[in-house]
Design a protein around this ligand. Structure first.
Ligand code: ASP
Length: 452
């Protein structure tokens, strides 16, 4: 049995719904279908989830919300009209949207979550109706009835472990597909909580694990995950297969097909994930699988990612290796300013601390540097504001000698200064620090060396 999830652009219009129906029809194993809310139809269109946020804010501020609500309904109407569904369907969806504005919520956070969740909720009802009208038997399942239990923040929920025992007990109808709205679950007191944005992927992964799926197919609008970002490398090769941990390491440095955290439930259940394209379902897409399924010794590296979102603090002090408590004092300063750091590679007399720049403001940086100077008295301190990290990732790195050498050669031969190089303990990644201005060139050179 397969769980399949369709993203917002796959369910944005009647034409897109037709592609989805064909994909479902093509494989009887595609039994559990997870929906997103209708996404953008064209580049400056607004996603239904964002319209729902506007609707919620209008209700909170007691503004006139009729126009926004009509806008939302028109998105579903367009799809319903495409399939010439009975008027009763759109009436049902509209009554649910109307009711939202009258409901009482614990607070505005709970209100916002319930409004947002309706994008997927209504789309799942609509897709169920469309499938039945096309003679594909389908049953809508409310996450409440399936026992998708969550806790934490109403708009950034965490999954509760009892969800999995609830799903184990769930009896799926034998002769029908089932359609689940993605993106939300219910708290212990029955309130709707959504996952973080993009969270329909999480629902798909939870159902894959909880229902013991053989495969989780995640349909989006790209043919595959690519070896490198196609804004940096021209027509990069597609990745056919990668391991969960390769995906995790690449995502960290900015691979952005989806958040790696979204597939954690599938990883825990050891369910392979297949990223596929709704607009080109024939393409194999990218398989993300447990490590033990992957080994191909000829494949030295799988992907190259880069992120320019970092800054670094470089410290030099003679005989640093002999000094007791230097790092402890440094960590205490970070603690004092409530700063977390990403990495801390060190040498005999040097230490670099790498930070996520978005978490620091100018004032904190100044105070931090002053404090470090006074407390630790380094011989040299430099704040590098534009720091980039490049991740070269591959299960093959651990099995091939000389990969690091090749990576370094490709950079030095092109006059790219390497600020830091670190092979992860897992031995499947090489992390390289450069100036942000060198990062794109570095990715291009490494790509050329291993793939051209
Ligand atoms: N519709 C939600 C969002 O736009 C969730 C999703 O699409 O996965 O964030």
């Amino acid at each position: 049995m397969k769980v399949i999830k369709f993203g917002g652009s796959s369910l944005a219009t009647g034409e897109q719904f037709e592609k989805v129906i064909k994909i479902i029809k093509d494989d009887i194993e595609r039994k559990v279908i997870v929906t997103s809310a209708p996404g953008k139809r064209f580049s400056d269109d607004t996603k239904v989830t964002d319209l729902l946020i506007q609707y919620a804010n209008a209700v909170i501020n007691q503004d006139d919300y009729q126009k926004i609500e009509n806008n939302i309904i028109s998105r579903y109407q367009e799809i319903s009209d495409h399939f010439k569904l009975d008027d009763s369907v759109i009436k049902l969806l509209k009554s649910k949207l109307d009711k939202l504005a009258q409901d009482k919520f614990t607070d505005n956070e709970h209100l916002m979550a319930a409004f947002k969740a309706h994008g997927e909720f209504l789309n799942a009802i609509l897709l169920t109706q469309v499938l039945n009208a096309q003679n594909i038997k389908a049953t809508f399942i409310d996450p409440k009835d399936a026992g998708i239990r969550v806790h934490g923040q109403p708009n950034d929920a965490d999954i509760s472990s009892e969800t999995y025992s609830n799903l184990e007990r769930l009896q799926l109808p034998k002769d029908s597909r089932v359609v689940f709205p993605g993106f939300f679950g219910y708290s212990a007191d029955g309130s709707i909580y959504t996952f973080s944005r993009g969270g329909s992927d999480i629902t798909g992964a939870i159902l894959s694990r909880g229902l013991n799926a053989d495969l989780y197919e995640n349909f989006t609008d790209v043919d595959a995950i690519y070896v490198a970002n196609n804004h940096i490398v021209d027509h990069p090769q597609a990745i056919k297969k990668m391991s969960y941990r390769e995906m995790r390491e690449l995502s960290y440095a900015g691979f952005s097909v989806f958040q790696d955290e979204a597939i954690i439930p599938a990883v825990k259940g050891q369910v392979p994930v297949n990223i596929k394209n709704t607009n080109n379902p024939q393409a194999d897409g990218t398989m993300i699988v447990p490590e033990q399924f992957i080994f191909d010794p000829s494949n030295q590296i799988t992907g190259i990612a880069c992120s320019k979102r970092f800054s670094a603090l470089y410290l030099h002090r003679y005989l640093l290796n002999k000094e007791v408590g230097f790092t402890l004092k440094l960590l205490k300063i970070f603690y004092k300013y409530n700063i977390s750091y990403e990495h801390m590679p060190s040498g005999i007399d040097d230490l670099t601390v790498i930070f996520d720049r978005s978490k620091l403001d100018k004032d904190t940086i100044q105070k931090l540097c002053r404090d470090v100077k006074e407390t630790l008295q380094p011989d040299y301190l430099e704040w590098i504001d534009d720091y980039a990290i490049i991740m070269v990732v591959g299960e093959g790195i651990a099995h091939n000698i000389g990969t690091i050498g090749k990576v370094i050669d490709s950079l030095t031969q092109n006059n790219i200064a390497i600020h830091m190089i670190n092979q992860g303990a897992s031995r499947i990644s090489i992390m390289i620090g450069t100036r942000a201005s060198d990062a794109d060139n570095a990715v291009q050179q490494i790509y050329k060396t291993f793939f051209d």
